[in-house]
Design a protein around this ligand. Structure first.
Ligand code: PGA
Length: 257
């Protein structure tokens, strides 16, 4: 099996004003000065900043992603944004099924699946998020929950080329808590196995499975070199270029495990 190139993606969530774009410029400069070709890098700012972010990132290797999309291409859906609109604004990927969407907006696996299909229709990579809640974790239900989410949220059309899966334990998001590397290895191996059952071993073996939830410069090396972890989805620590770069940098050859 050929090695999977990792991806470090920053999820700005509902953060970022025009003034925040300076961080994007700083990240671009830092990566130009001291590139880390061992990993791909993506930033997912709010939709309001996509066009300006695309201008700042033009000509760089930093990819531009978006956060969430409507399943349909256009129509009477006030306040919603379609995958086609995100592509038009310069995005090449979109996060779907984030636990904050599942919890705040009651999104189901069926809806997440439709959103991933919308991403493919618009030519975007779907970053499909899954993860158990604290109560599910406590009850020992993690693997059952993840299997159900994968079966429901990952379309049959998912391929390694158009899909990234992000495992984000809900209890680890924004909490400073993380699973142990041993637990992350077990869960990521399990996810790859289920993806193999759903999509076949060739796609599963080439698909990126990111870890997300309180990834920081201080714990990145410990989490990112775990078997079956192919990068990170980073929330809070992606807002400052220096912190985000410090996470990216763990992939520089020779730095990691
Ligand atoms: P966090 O968020 O890094 O702030 O924990 C991760 C995410 O929700 O994608």
């Amino acid at each position: 099996m050929t090695a999977i190139k990792p991806l470090v993606a920053g999820n700005w969530k509902m953060n970022g004003l025009d003034s925040s774009l300076a961080e994007l410029g700083a990240l671009r400069e830092r990566l130009a000065e001291a590139p880390v070709p061992e990993t791909d890098v993506m930033v997912c700012p709010p939709a309001t900043l996509l066009t300006r972010a695309a201008e700042i990132l033009a000509g760089s290797d930093i990819e531009l992603g978006a956060q969430d999309c409507h399943p349909l291409a256009s129509g009477p859906h006030t306040g919603d944004i379609s995958a086609e609109m995100l592509a038009d604004a310069g995005a090449t990927a979109v996060i779907v099924g984030h636990s904050e969407r599942r919890i705040d907006h009651g999104e189901t696996d069926t809806l997440v699946n439709a959103k991933a299909l919308a991403a493919y229709r618009a030519g975007l990579t779907a970053i499909i998020c899954i993860g158990e809640t604290e109560a599910e974790h406590r009850d020992g239900a993690t693997l059952d929950v993840l299997r159900r989410q994968l079966q429901g949220s990952v379309p049959e059309e998912a391929r390694a080329a158009n899909t990234v899966v992000a495992y984000e334990p809900v209890w680890a998001i924004g909490s400073g808590l993380t699973p142990t590397p041993v637990d992350v290895a077990e869960v990521h191996g399990f996810i790859r196995g289920v993806l193999g059952q759903l999509l076949g071993d060739a796609q599963s073996g080439a698909m990126r499975i990111l870890y997300g939830g309180s990834v920081k410069p201080a714990n990145a090396a410990e989490l990112l070199f775990v078997p079956d972890v192919n990068g990170a989805l980073v929330g809070g620590a992606s807002l400052k270029a220096s912190d985000f770069y410090a996470i990216i940098e763990v992939y520089r050859a020779g730095t990691g495990a």
